[in-house]
Design a protein around this ligand. Structure first.
Ligand code: OAD
Length: 244
């Protein structure tokens, strides 16, 4: 069912839910000023220096030109450094609540969420290419490729690139939460990048109701019990209206 605002029926479903899981994507940060990767129904893709995101954020480019990969991520860090979370970065209280994000921007944490499953990593962290130590790397603009604090070797952004596996233990926790959920939100994602886009499918198969929040219909809309057509920062606070 396609809706434009949260109805009493939906609010009642929300209030009765016990185990809630949420999958967020770039769209939840759009109202904070973060560019999304895809627009126009998923047909146009963000390009930078003439290359599409899928090439810039790829394991292939990391092998052939790691400096360019850092430049691309540092460019995005520059865009992010002044931004604040928005009302879409909400965290309602439930018996069990799992926040799964594809975003690497850290804005859920900036909004106060402590337990965020970052299935695509975090742009403010680096990972050593030799010893795999991870460490915070907040300097932007970068003067050079960050070096590992432990062994001194070159590091890379601690993010998942196209052509790489997701961090196994984090994704397993996300899948388990999707399968336990009685309500599963899909917010601000075009739901075209797998395996993250498979989480609402797993939730649905395990019996969850699916609520999508997006100003556009997406590849996952057919699966959603409700698609709330609108901006996350305007729609999500409506669920909390009578909860205080
Ligand atoms: P996309 O850019 O593919 O999709 C963003 C979605 O947000 C679109 O469906 C928009 O309609 C929607 N949107 C825009 N403004 C919104 C708003 N105010 N409120 C709610 N929704 C809004 O972003 P993702 O689905 O996150 O992966 O992309 C998935 C992955 O592809 C990313 O994690 C990244 C990317 O390339 C890697 O880099 C590995």
């Amino acid at each position: 069912m396609v809706l434009h605002e949260v109805t009493d029926e939906l609010r009642m479903m929300f209030d009765r839910a016990r185990r809630v899981a949420v999958l967020t994507g770039a769209g939840i940060s759009a109202e904070s000023g973060v560019p999304t990767f895809r627009g126009g129904g998923g047909s146009e893709i963000w390009t930078w220096r003439g290359r599409p995101v899928t090439e810039l954020s790829s394991a292939e480019l990391m092998r052939t030109d790691p400096k360019l990969v850092w430049e691309w991520f540092d460019y995005r860090r520059g865009l992010l450094s002044e931004l604040q979370p928005n009302p879409g970065h909400w965290e309602p209280r439930f018996e069990e609540f799992t926040l799964i994000t594809q975003n690497i921007d850290d804005l859920h944490r900036a909004a106060g969420s402590l337990n965020v499953l970052e299935v695509h990593g975090n742009v403010w962290r680096a990972r050593c290419l030799r010893c795999a130590s991870t460490f915070e790397a907040r300097e932007t603009p970068l003067e050079d490729v960050p070096l590992c604090f432990v062994c001194g070797a070159a590091a890379r952004p601690d993010v998942v690139l196209f052509g790489e596996m997701l961090p196994e233990s984090i994704f397993e926790r996300a899948e388990a939460a999707a399968q336990r959920a009685d309500l599963f939100f899909v917010i601000g994602t075009s739901a075209v990048v797998y395996p993250a886009a498979g989480l609402p499918v797993a939730a649905k198969q395990a019996g969850a109701r699916i609520i999508e929040v997006n100003p556009e219909m997406t590849d996952i809309s057919f699966l959603a019990d409700y698609t709330l057509l609108g901006k996350a920062g305007e729609i999500l606070p409506q669920f909390l209206k009578e909860r205080g």
